[in-house]
Each structure stands twice: as C-alpha cells, then as structure tokens.
Design a protein around this ligand. Sequence first.
Ligand code: DO4
Ligand code: MG
Length: 306
Amino acid sequence: MRTNMDIVRYIEPGARSPRVGLRRDGTVAPLPWNSVAELLRESRDDVRERLTPVADEVDAADVTFLPPVDGRTEVWAAGVTYERSRTGRVEESSEASVYEKVYDAERPELFLKSVAWRVVTDSEPVALRADSTLDVPEPELAVVANRFGEIVGYTVCNDMSSRSIEGENPLYLPQAKIFSGHCALATGIRPAWEVPDVTDLAITLRVLRGGDTAFSGDTSTARLHRTLEELVAALFAPTDFPDGAILATGTGIVPELSFSLAEGDRIEIEIADVGTLTNPVVRGREPMSWLVDALDRPDARGKAQL
Ligand code: DO4
Ligand code: MG
C-alpha cells in the first residue's frame, strides 16, 4: 500500500548537525544515513530496503526542514523539454533558432543549476536579480538519481530564471539561471516506488500578489518531450556523480511576455503525488546573504512568514 512518506533533511532545535529522516503522518524519524549524499551512494534496492527509522519519531512541527540536497550532490536542469518552453524562448530570444533546434535534437539541453549549499527550500525566499527586468518561476519535476544513475525519487524544483538576460543572448544562460536565490527544492524527496505514474503528473503554478492571483498555469508530465530515463542517461554518460545528482526536467509553464515576477510575490507550485513548494520573492543579493551564514549555522536560514 502507498503511503504519504518522503525523505527529508531536518534539524532539531538546539542541534548542530542536520539529519536525514522519514516524514510521514506529521512526524519525522531519523534514517540510517548521515546525509542525502551518503544515501545516494547506495543502490536503489538498498535504499528501499533500508528506508526504516533508526530512532523514535518526533513531531514534524518541532523541527526545521532543510533543502533535500547536501555535500557534493549537484543540481542540474534540462531545458526546452516541453513545447511551451520552446515557444516561450522563441518569443523572448534574439536567437530563436537555437531553441527550435534543441527541442528536436538527439542531445538534450542540460546545464548545471546549483551546488547544494545555494539551494533554498519551502518557505524560504527566492530572488530576482537586481539587474533583470523580466523574471519567471519555472516549476519542474526533479529526478533524484543515485551515483549509478538510478532514479531513487522525485522532488519539486523551481528553476528561477531571468528572461530578459537569457533573451538578450543565449550565451548569458548561466547568468540568467545562477544567482543568489535562484533554485528552490521542496523539503521532501518522494521515493520513486511511491509514485504510481510519473508519466502523467499534474503540475500547477500560482503566483500571488497582494492576495490576488497574478498568474496561474498548469501542465502535466505527459507533455514532456523526452523520457526521464533519457535525460538522466544523457547527464550521466560523460560524468561521474559520486554523490548522485538532482535533475530538474524542464518547465512546461511559461507566462506571456507581459508577466514578470515582482518583489513581494508568493510562488506556489504543486506536483501531484510528489509535493508542494511555496516561496516568497525578494529582489537582489542582499536579502539572500543568510545563505552564507547558514553554511555553518543551519539556524540562520531565512524562513519567511508566509
Ligand atoms: O534554454 C534555456 C533554459 C530552458 C529551461 O530552463 C526550461 O525549459 O525549463
Ligand atoms: Mg527550466
């Protein structure tokens, strides 16, 4: 029988080190790994077999949840994997043909999105670059793969993007995609065997502004132009990932060019059977400086009042 369990990273009040745990029914209990990176060094079968708490559970309301990525695990992203993403890039870009070509090419577009420490999680802020004029959230199903390239689980990713910077020149992609507050993951990793049909998951996005809905959209993973296995295989073919990797699989929701995120917005993403992710929006680097403080002090993390 399927349950609502997911794998989380969390810290208990007064503790110095995060733990990896199993969250279910409003509780969390520690698992036999010290980090998500350590878990991703094991085979999928071993993870499934060892997914049993090693100590008593505590109330989930009493702990702080951290992004479900640590150590040397990298977050990568695929691009232009939905038709809507291709259309959106063609509209925004000074070099439309590169997006037309990559949609149908055998080789997918893959880019490094984030190292672990830069990732934020649910209820922490995401940011807009101070020099960007057109900004969007990108709600994406993210695949969590172990060191062998096996899909162990899924989570929700927001691949925050500057459309004005990418649109000016595709070579600016790393600057459009990587900045303080650029990448959010949900707090939980849903074990792959708990998701009944990953090929047809509803994805919804809502942007709230001053209590009103400023944008909403939806799609389904059924519209993904490539398979998850194909994307993971392309990522792992030339590269070792000793602590596994998280791969966001691209967005199928792209607002019209007339819409841009603004400071103070609240972004809500839901992927059926996987999880939810809500983040307030700030502008510039300064409101994200707590990420540096949180390197050694997880209690410095910038939880927002949502
Ligand atoms: O081609 C640029 C990035 C595309 C992307 O991030 C997406 O389609 O989700
Ligand atoms: Mg994206």
